[in-house]
Ligand binder design. Sequence first.
Ligand SMILES: Nc1ncnc2c1ncn2[C@@H]1O[C@H](COP(=O)(O)OP(=O)(O)OP(=O)(O)O)[C@@H](O)[C@H]1O
Length: 326
Amino acid sequence: MSGDSHPYAVEALDLGKKYLRGWALRDASFRLPAGCISALVGPNGAGKSTFLGIAARLLRPTTGSLRLFGTEVSDPAALQRVAFVDQERPLYKGFSVAETLRLGRELNPRWDQAAAERIVEAGRVPLGARIGTLSSGQRTRVALALAFGKRAELLLLDEPMADLDPLARHELSALLLSEATERGLTVLMSSHLLSELEEMCDHLVVLADGRLRMAGYADQLIPAHRLVTGLADPGPGSGHDDHGVLPPVFTERHTVIESRITGRQFTALIRPGTDAVDAYESVEPSLEEVLLAYLRSAEAPALITPGADVTAPATAPAAPQKGRAA
Ligand SMILES: Nc1ncnc2c1ncn2[C@@H]1O[C@H](COP(=O)(O)OP(=O)(O)OP(=O)(O)O)[C@@H](O)[C@H]1O
C-alpha cells in the first residue's frame, strides 16, 4: 500500500450510466473501505461491468461522481492506483507470455516482475507460449499476472473465476487472497454467483437491474436480518381453502424484504425494527438467503451498512478478517 492511507478505496455518489437503451447503472451511492475484498454480485445485466468500466476509466458516467482513494476518477493520478482485468481479457494474441509481461514492465514504472511470474508459473503457463494458443483459463491467469505486476492498490476484476476449473479456481483464489492480504490491496471482483466468491470476500456490493441493493461487510449484513416462520393470519375469506396472510405486525413494526405463504404457514425475511420477534420462530438467515431475497424483491428498501454509506461521516473502518489467509 502507498503511504496515502485514505480510508476508502471507492466512494460513489449518485453514480449513473445511461445508454440509448436506458439506464445501465442508476443512483449508485456507496463506499468501499480500503483493504477489503469485496464481491460485486448481481444477475446478468445488473450493471456490474458498467460500474467496473467507470472505475477503470473506460466509461464516462452520465451522473454522479466516483472517487478512488479520495481522487476523482477523471484525474489521471487515480489511474495509476488501479488495475482492471476486463471480462474479455484483451491481450495481444501474437505475443508470448514473456513478451506480455515485458510489455507490462515497459508500461508500468512500479512493475513487480516476481509477483507477475509467480502467478503465471503457479498455473504452469509456459512463458514462451503465444497468448493466442492459451486456454481461456490460462489467459485469465496472464491477465491477473499483469494486474498484480502493476502494483496497483485497487484491483477491479470482472468475473475473474468464470473460465477456471474448480481446482484452478481454488488455487487461484488462495493465491489472490494471500497476495492481496500481504500487500493490503483492495479488491472488487464481480460474479453472478455469490458462491464463487463467498469464501474469499468479507465485503459485498449487490446490484440488480442497475440499482444498488446491498453494500457492506457480510458479518454486518447478515445479522441485520431474521428469517421468521409461523402461522399465517386468516385470509380475508373464510373458506377452508383460504390462504393465510402475513400477520400485520411485520409490515407495521419491521421491514419485510420478502415473504411467502405456504398453506397456513408464512416465511418472511425481515429487518427487525425495535420490537423483538420473540413470539415467532426465527433464525439468522444465510448470506445466500439474504442475497436472494434482495434480488427477488426489487421493491424492498436497499441495505447499505453505515461503513458502506457514502453520506455517513468517514471513519477508519476495521476490516473483519473473514476468509483472509493468515
Ligand atoms: N455499450 C452498451 N450499449 C447499450 N447498452 C449497454 C452497453 N453496455 C451495457 N449495456 C446494457 O447495460 C446493462 C448493464 O450491463 P452490464 O454489462 O454492466 O451488466 P453486468 O452486470 O456486467 O452483466 P453480465 O453479468 O451479464 O456481464 C445491460 O442491460 C446491458 O445490456
